[in-house]
Design a protein around this ligand. Structure first.
Ligand SMILES: Cc1cc2nc3c(=O)[nH]c(=O)nc-3n(C[C@H](O)[C@H](O)[C@H](O)COP(=O)(O)O)c2cc1C
Ligand SMILES: Nc1ncnc2c1ncn2[C@@H]1O[C@H](COP(=O)(O)OP(=O)(O)OP(=O)(O)O)[C@@H](O)[C@H]1O
Length: 303
């Protein structure tokens, strides 16, 4: 016996959390297991103008499980897009579905014909519990993964963090590059974000925070194409951690994006680039000092 909630859940934003929490509550009332059914990719993923996922699928699953729901099942959109919605629900019923939680505007199945009206009818006919959740909003606008992707792409990481209920973070493995940064006076770790098609934050410089070997470290992340030296065809992620000297090659690091400082620029000389980075560092140090709480704990206010 199980209670399920259905969606893509990319980002696991405030609206998703509400749906998942309600599924967990309902499962307790019905003494059943709780399951999130997560579409691997949203419908838009298959179109060329899709900006990319907020988080890799593996991380999405971790975030969903962190909410306290017992299991996550991933479903390929191709598997259900041509299925009659009644058939999909019947197959869940035959597997022990006792309750279902969805957003009020949720649609699924062939021609998106499955909706709350249809689900209510089926719930009455087949005796399962249906809970629909009113849309969760921020500043009167429906919270959605699409809105968050768009905010990240234009560098509004504050808004993204609000909608996600935690700072937007990126994560990836450190790989060896030319090591030019060290020679310029600021060693950088180059990050590879993996295979999933992910949204790129607006190119430029960000203040970031990571936890490395149980220690909080702050850094400057450059996202972009490095137009000044060694230009790249694809977006690169390079982080310069402040007051940090440990070896990072091949480690997987996660960083919270806290503040957007400036766009990436093409400088005429290397010297100008170095000056700009030194200035970024001064601004970042002042920002960090201002935002650290007074109790000596390395916590950023407002997050
Ligand atoms: C904080 C920071 C800011 C940066 N800003 C720029 C920039 O505005 N324009 C640019 O062309 N490169 C910028 N870079 C990228 C540097 O050009 C890059 O780190 C340098 O080329 C070394 O790269 P490599 O060691 O990976 O070869 C920035 C790097 C950092 C860490
Ligand atoms: N703001 C919200 N308030 C209430 N329910 C929501 C909200 N956003 C999504 N849901 C519900 O959460 C489940 C998962 O949503 P899903 O990830 O498919 O949509 P989304 O966040 O709107 O993404 P997209 O912007 O890509 O359409 C669905 O049942 C959906 O109806």
């Amino acid at each position: 016996m199980f209670v399920a909630c259905i969606g893509t859940f990319d980002g696991v934003h405030a609206g998703h959390r509400k749906i998942i929490d309600e599924a967990v509550n309902l499962s307790k009332n019905l003494k059943a297991n709780s399951i999130a059914i997560s579409m691997i990719y949203p419908w838009q993923y298959y179109f060329p103008n899709f900006p990319g996922l907020i988080y890799p699928v593996s991380q999405r699953i971790e975030l969903i499980l962190d909410t306290g729901i017992e299991d996550v099942i991933t479903v390929n959109m191709a598997e259900i897009k041509d299925i009659e919605p009644e058939d999909y629900i019947s197959s869940l019923l035959s597997q022990g579905l006792k309750g279902l939680v969805v957003g009020e505007d949720f649609t699924f199945g062939k021609n998106a014909r499955g909706d709350v009206k249809m689900l209510s009818r089926m719930a009455a006919d087949y005796g399962f519990e249906l809970k629909t959740i009113p849309k969760q909003t921020y500043q009167s606008k429906r919270i959605s993964s699409s809105w968050i992707r768009e905010a990240i792409a234009r560098g509004d990481i504050k808004l993204a963090g609000k909608l996600l209920q935690r700072p937007y973070h990126i994560f990836g493995q450190v790989y060896r590059d030319q090591g030019l940064g060290g020679k310029l006076g600021f060693p950088t770790a180059n990050i590879s974000r993996g295979e999933d098609k992910l949204v790129h934050p607006r190119s430029g410089v960000y203040i970031v925070r990571s936890i490395i070997d149980n220690e909080t470290v702050f850094g400057l992340l450059n996202v972009g194409f490095r137009p000044t030296i060694n230009p790249s065809e694809e977006v690169k992620y390079e982080v310069y951690y402040l007051d940090f000297e440990k070896e990072l090659y091949s480690k997987v690091i996660e960083m919270d994006l806290l503040e957007y400082l400036r766009p990436e620029l093409k400088f005429n000389t290397l010297d100008d680039l170095i000056k700009a980075i030194k200035r970024d560092e001064r601004i970042a140090r002042a920002w960090i000092a201002k935002h650290l709480s007074n109790q000596g704990e390395k916590e950023i206010e407002n997050f």
